[in-house]
Design a protein around this ligand. Structure first.
Ligand code: B1M
Length: 213
């Protein structure tokens, strides 16, 4: 197998045997984020496909997620960091009912490496907790992540609750079950502030930079 195929296969097989030396080799050729978005994400997509076809069970997917997290943790110190002053404070949460956090944590890494102070509230975060954190932290924006179809709906509910609480800070949303269209037609009308869809973590950074300027 080529290096790229091996990297994807660690994720698919859920094994870390040989992972670190191969990540080190990859770092001599690619930038850390390109390794994540390339072969590692390719592996994760395959995991999703196999899981969907009932060829993997949840416990196996969990192992794949472990390998993904270990890979991101290994690559993180090699990522570019900008030495700017704090550009803004952003609250991040995976919405109520959803445990998927690899994408959200990647967003945290990218944003905090690029001058943002991140308050990461974790997973399965109910709207009231987001509202409380927003008020306590006096954040500039709120980032919501969710991968399940029902999480897209949960974002609509979260936006409604935030509006009812009188909040109109920009909301950044992302995750596999979302789309720009859903954001525009379903979430935005339920909120008084901006609601912006990010397709990946770098897109999230671009949007955050535009917002703060
Ligand atoms: Co789950 N899962 N899972 N899972 N899982 C999916 C999402 C699924 C599509 C798999 C499938 O069936 N093909 C499917 C959802 C179906 C649906 O609703 N349409 C699914 C399911 C069904 C489930 C369970 C219900 C399974 C069960 O128990 N029967 C269960 C749900 C539990 C719950 O949430 N209540 C479940 C559980 C799990 C594990 C715990 C085993 C594990 C998660 C571990 C963890 O996160 N700690 C897991 C995993 C790993 C996946 C897949 C395989 C991979 C997700 C992932 O980490 N991708 C996933 C299939 C897939 O996506 N191919 C699947 C890598 C990650 C970097 O990408 O999170 O998309 P992603 O983030 C991207 C962008 O979306 C974006 O940036 C990132 C890239 O830069 N982004 C943002 C994300 N959030 C953002 C926020 C932003 C900006 C950008 O701003 C705020």
């Amino acid at each position: 197998l080529s290096l790229e195929e091996r990297l994807a296969s660690y994720i698919v097989e859920g094994t870390k045997e040989g992972l670190i030396p191969d990540l080190e080799e990859a770092l001599t050729k690619y930038r850390p984020l390109d390794i994540i978005n390339g072969p590692l994400m390719k592996g994760m997509e395959e995991v999703g496909r196999l899981f969907n076809n009932n060829e993997l069970i949840v416990a196996e997917v969990l192992q794949s997620a472990e390998v993904m997290k270990a890979s991101v943790a290994h690559l993180e110190p090699h990522m570019e960091k900008s030495e700017t002053s704090v550009k803004g404070k952003i609250i991040l949460a995976t919405v109520k009912g959803d445990v998927h956090d690899i994408g959200k944590n990647l967003v945290e890494i990218i944003l905090s490496n690029n001058g943002y102070k991140i308050i990461n509230l974790g997973i399965k975060v109910p709207p009231e907790q987001i509202i409380e954190a927003y008020r306590q932290e006096k954040a500039d924006a709120i980032g919501l992540s969710g991968l399940l179809v029902k999480s897209a709906q949960q974002m609509v509910l979260t936006a409604q609750d935030m509006r009812a609480a009188g909040i109109n800070a920009p909301i950044l949303v992302g995750g596999a079950a979302l789309s720009r269209k859903f954001t525009k037609t379903r979430i935005s009308p339920e909120y008084d502030g901006l609601v912006l869809y990010a397709k990946d973590a770098m897109d999230g950074l671009d949007i955050a930079n535009k917002l703060m300027n």
